[in-house]
Unconditional design. Structure first.
Length: 90
C-alpha cells in the first residue's frame, strides 16, 4: 500500500506541518466502528467516483465521492493464503 505524503499549507514546508487526506463515516454505513478503538489502525477498501480534477502549477488535486466501503479482514497476502490452504490439504 502506498504511504501518503500529505500536503503542506503556507510557505514553510515541514514534515510536521503536513496534513493527510481524511474522511468521516457513520455507523449506519460501517457498523463495525462501534467496536473499534480510537488511535488504532484499520484497513478499509473504498469504492469512489471521481467528481473533479484540478491542476495547479505544482500539484494536481482530485475530488471523490465515496460509493462503497468494506473492511479488509485478511491481512495475509494471496501467496501466503494459498500456501496455508495447500499445507492443510497435505
Amino acid at each position: 500500500m502506498k504511504k501518503l505524503q500529505g500536503e503542506s499549507f503556507g510557505e514553510e514546508i515541514s514534515e510536521h506541518k503536513k496534513y493527510l487526506p481524511s474522511f468521516s463515516i457513520t455507523a449506519d454505513d460501517l457498523p463495525a466502528i462501534k467496536n473499534w478503538e480510537v488511535g488504532k489502525t484499520y484497513e478499509l477498501k473504498i469504492k469512489v467516483k471521481m467528481e473533479s480534477l484540478r491542476e495547479e502549477e505544482k500539484k494536481t488535486h482530485a475530488g471523490f465521492e465515496m460509493q462503497g466501503i468494506e473492511i479488509i479482514e485478511n491481512k495475509k497476502g494471496f501467496e501466503q493464503d494459498y500456501a496455508d490452504r495447500r499445507s492443510k490439504k497435505g
